[in-house]
Design a protein around this ligand. Structure first.
Ligand code: ADP
Ligand code: MG
Length: 454
């Protein structure tokens, strides 16, 4: 049994829906997870935010979402004889009306409360997946596939951390059994990704790109043979193909390398995706709906090192915060205080360097808050540098005879390198440089390290 996940790019319009159904029809016992149609989640969140002080604008966004889905279904059904599509079309029409009604009710509540709570935001954000998953089932029936809709509320059980909820493994042990019985009865279960439900019955979401996480969670509970992430590029590339045109798909990555890539900014997989798969040893494959015969990228336990570096990612809008201790005694206490403040503020740090009496951390700008800086000032003098970027080389050998690390530093020779960290066992090289130099440096490094000389 395979879990197949189709992202927003695959759920774009009636043409890609047919690609998706065609791909699904090639599998014997698939389980399908889908994202919302392209742009929908972003629009839903915009509507929720607008509703706080302008309900009419929010409602007009809802109208736009409704129109787009109605058009998609109409265009899809137009390819089949009207007699075959009548009942599926009626199901879709009804479902769109009911989801949009539900959405408008939430928007009214937000408007009345003049405040957007994380709980309501999740309820609104999940509407896209609720729409797309059930509509795909109706289209699948016209296409001739025995699909059945599974509401993720009943399967993906989580805690109540709205916006980035964590799976509740105990409850999911039970809930995922229903999916297994559907497969045994020769159905193709189709579930919306990204959302789930907490113990009180409220809708939660798993965070940005959460559908990938839904797929790997379900795959791990069902002991799937593989988890396939279908998207619009043929695998995970050596670098973001939108920035580096010459980037190319990587054959194999380890779970660790793929996680590092996601954490350090590769916008292709949710960083938590690899964990459930790795625990059960289930391979993840990233493939392209527009080029299904391409093998894509295999993410598995072992992935041979290519001796140089596997991939490069980058992050922009980064700040460096440096805390310098007034005295050098008890360095351990100083470090504990600094990291205690970061913990208290729930701050993920990307790069760290220390000296005896100072510590520098690089983190996304959005986490730098006055309250954090005040807290850090209790430990020492705080200085800040903004408009930074991080380049990360994943699966990189620093001491190999080909010396990619050294090469990178040579390339950056005339740029201002602000921080460097390297971990030999993790084979990760992170370099913090001014943001203005980021993209040019990324391109140059890609050319030198990844592109074959010709
Ligand atoms: P989906 O809607 O299928 O989830 P995403 O937009 O989340 O698709 O991810 C696919 C996109 O990620 C690709 O179109 C590509 O432009 C972008 N991307 C960024 N970095 C990488 C990378 N290193 N490898 C592959 N794709 C990447
Ligand atoms: Mg995605």
């Amino acid at each position: 049994m395979q879990v197949l996940k189709f992202g927003g790019t695959s759920m774009g319009d009636e043409h890609t829906w047919r690609n998706v159904l065609q791909i699904i029809s090639g599998y014997k016992r698939p389980v399908v997870i889908v994202s919302a149609t392209a742009r929908t989640t972003r629009q839903l969140i915009a509507a929720a935010e607008e509703a706080v002080d302008d309900y009419d604008r929010a409602a007009s966004i809802a109208q736009d979402i409704e129109n787009r889905h109605r058009r998609l279904i109409k265009n899809f059904m137009a390819n089949y004889p009207a007699g075959d599509t009548k009942s599926a079309t009626a199901t879709c029409e009804e479902w769109i009306s009911s989801c949009i009604q539900n959405l408008l009710t939430h928007l009214q509540t937000i408007s009345k409360e003049q405040e957007l709570s994380p709980k309501l935001k999740d309820a609104v954000a999940s509407v896209g997946e609720q729409l797309s998953s059930r509509l795909l089932v109706a289209c699948g029936s016209v296409f001739g596939l025995p699909m059945i809709w599974v509401d993720a509320h009943n399967i993906i059980k989580t805690d109540s951390e709205f916006g980035s909820a964590n799976p509740d493994y105990d409850r999911m042990q039970q809930s995922t059994k229903d999916v297994s019985s559907l497969i045994e009865d020769d159905h193709i279960p189709v579930m919306g990704g990204y959302y789930g439900q907490d113990a009180d019955g409220a809708t939660t979401t798993l965070g940005f790109e959460g559908s990938d996480y839904s797929a790997s969670l379900l795959g791990s509970f069902l002991n799937a043979q593989s988890i396939e992430i279908w998207t619009d590029v043929s695998g995970i590339y050596t670098c973001d193909p939108r920035v580096v045109e010459e980037a190319f798909p990587i054959d194999k990555l380890s779970f660790r390398e793929a996680t590092e890539m996601a954490y350090f900014g590769a916008k292709v997989l949710h960083p938590a995706t690899m964990l459930p798969a790795e625990q059960k040893g289930i391979p993840i494959v990233v493939k392209n709906i527009f080029e299904p015969e391409h093998p894509g990228t295999l993410i598995d336990k072992e992935a041979p090192s290519n001796g140089i570096a596997k991939a490069m990612t980058f992050l922009n809008e980064v700040a460096i915060i440096t805390v310098t201790s007034p005295h050098t005694r008890k360095g351990f206490e100083f470090l504990a205080d600094v990291f205690g403040a970061l913990k208290e503020h729930h701050i993920p740090v990307n790069v760290v360097t220390t000296t005896e009496a100072s510590v520098s951390v690089a983190l996304k700008n959005e986490y730098v808050a006055t309250s954090l800086l005040q807290k850090l000032e209790a430990s020492g003098t705080v200085s800040q540098a903004t408009e930074m970027g991080i380049i990360s080389l994943i699966g990189c050998a620093f001491n190999d005879e080909r010396l990619p690390g050294k090469k990178v530093l040579n390339i950056l020779d005339d740029r201002q390198v602000r921080m460097i960290s390297y971990s030999q066992p993790k084979r990760n090289l992170n370099i913090v440089i001014p943001e203005k130099d980021l993209l040019a440096s990324v391109k140059k490094i890609h050319q030198e390290i990844f592109e074959p000389e010709n």
